[in-house]
Design a protein around this ligand. Sequence first.
Ligand code: AMP
Length: 305
Amino acid sequence: MSVLVVGSIGIDSIKTQLEERRDVLGGAASYASIAASFFAPVKLVGIVGSDFPQEYIELFKSRGINLDGVQVADGKTFRWSGEYEWDMNQRKTLNIALNVFENFTPKLPDAYQRAPIILLGNISPILQYHVLDQVEDPRFVIADTMDLWITTTRPELLDLLKRVDLLVLNDSEARQLTAETSLIKAGRAILQLGPRFVAIKKGEHGCLLLSQDQFFSCGAFPLEDIHDPTGAGDSFAGGFAGYLASLEKESFEFADLKKAVVYGSLMASFCVESFSLDRIKALSREEIEERYELFRLMSHFEVIE
Ligand code: AMP
């Protein structure tokens, strides 16, 4: 069962308080597709410019990712730069250049239109909607979003939410979208907007998963060294989508989604251990399963009589 991933593919420059990297592979769909590729076949939709380095194309190919839906346009690739504070949950965008994204109209190849799991990674909800319009009867649709779209294209985002099974967003975005301070109330308010499920990410504090009548709280895998949090959310979404696809089921229960949250959290933990996709791209499925087992032991506690 394959996962269709759409989102930004770009070149990032990243500064933390201790380190800096310029011109590295970034973009929501880059992280999400590579994370998902450890669990299921991936079909990528996006756009890059003629300056996009061939080595990154080779990286996607080496992970078996189908690139038929990636357009190569005349012009420059999307670029983003950001800087993290000492508290790495806080970052500011230093510069963003949409470049070829400005005139992007996603057109899905025929073989993409029946993909069962759809991951609408972080791009404008107008483009996310456009992709969704081209897929036939998907089994599960996941959408990610960010503060920019909540502010600038709120009506379009609200339209999209009516067609989505799961919305993934971080804590500050959930509060911004719903004008609630409590994340539980924010989650419930989001469920009223259309999605059957919502996953609210809390950075190094883990993630909440809500449905109308069920709730799951998952910690983040504790790490001693975090080098670059960029793409953690996208790796979470990719790991989540890939794991669901690997189940090969007609429909998914809350228990499936709980496990998908755990795999998503693990992929995010690998992502932040180095800059760009350096750690994730070199992973093996065995390392993921080893960390899963460690995470399970750490999170387990006996019922106290
Ligand atoms: P995350 O850390 O999960 O929020 O995702 C970071 C990635 O999102 C970076 O690699 C950026 O290239 C990409 N990004 C930043 N701003 C935008 C935007 N406005 N639209 C699409 N992608 C973006």
